[in-house]
Design a protein around this ligand. Structure first.
Ligand SMILES: CC(=O)SCCNC(=O)CCNC(=O)[C@H](O)C(C)(C)COP(=O)(O)OP(=O)(O)OC[C@H]1O[C@@H](n2cnc3c(N)ncnc32)[C@H](O)[C@@H]1OP(=O)(O)O
Length: 200
């Protein structure tokens, strides 16, 4: 399998693959200044042969991940998870999603494509996540929460049951979200308040 993204996030993806005894063939990155990644020489323009192996996207930024995912859609891997994540068998999960160590995903969830469920995040029963969502470390999504495409839920944020969060929004680290959040909103604090909107 290949890793696309010679970054800190890429190192955690590397550990996920190792936890599943999956061989890493090549590491790609668009940045020509990044030449090495762990024991790998970074490839900047992968050729057709190199792209025959399934490729895991290891790009933390949701918008950049979307751009690269659309370019390489045919070669992106199935969802992958660390062997020490706890994942219900009764969930749906889209290709290209990565689940870090210690994450918990409970029954009835529907997780989109190309999401990141980061270390120790809790995704409770019946949560729905759109594509390109990032749930940062230790964030907690309680039952029946929904998060639309491209939104980042910051580290340690908590969202009470049933709240709906719009697309391409950003929930600040440690925020406590007790009401619905509109598209593109940036929300911080306890209780969460909108401080601005992200430029579309
Ligand atoms: C493995 C990994 O590392 S995964 C990485 C996960 N990443 C995260 O969790 C990051 C989450 N991001 C944040 O919390 C960011 O601060 C954001 C997105 C909420 C805001 O970022 P920016 O748009 O750059 O806002 P900026 O830093 O200019 O702050 C704007 C105001 O909000 C305040 N603010 C920013 N973040 C927070 C926060 N989490 N909680 C409370 N207040 C905050 C700032 O103090 C500032 O207040 P002021 O105007 O009174 O000075």
């Amino acid at each position: 399998m290949n890793i696309y993204g010679a970054s800190g996030h890429g190192k955690v993806v590397f550990d996920i693959l190792k936890s599943r005894n999956i061989q890493i063939d090549s590491v790609f990155d668009d940045n020509f200044e990044v030449k090495e990644f762990l024991d790998f020489r970074v490839i900047h323009k992968p050729n057709k042969d190199q792209l025959k192996k399934p490729t895991v996207l290891a790009i933390g930024n949701n918008a950049i991940r979307k751009k690269v995912a659309l370019k390489y859609e045919g070669v992106i891997s199935e969802a992958i998870s660390h062997s020490r994540a706890i994942i219900s068998e009764n969930i749906q999960i889209g290709g290209g999603t990565v689940i870090m160590p210690g994450a918990i995903i409970n029954s009835g969830c529907s997780i989109g494509k190309y999401c990141i469920i980061n270390s120790g995040a809790v995704v409770e029963h019946d949560v729905r996540l759109g594509d390109f969502v990032h749930i940062a470390p230790n964030a907690v999504l309680t039952g029946n929460v929904s998060v639309a495409e491209g939104t980042q839920v910051g580290t340690g944020a908590s969202i009470i049951p049933g709240v709906k969060i719009g697309k391409w929004a950003s929930i600040g680290a440690g925020a406590v979200i007790i009401e619905d959040v509109p598209d593109f909103a940036v929300v911080v604090g306890n209780p969460g308040k909108i401080i601005k909107y992200i430029d579309e």
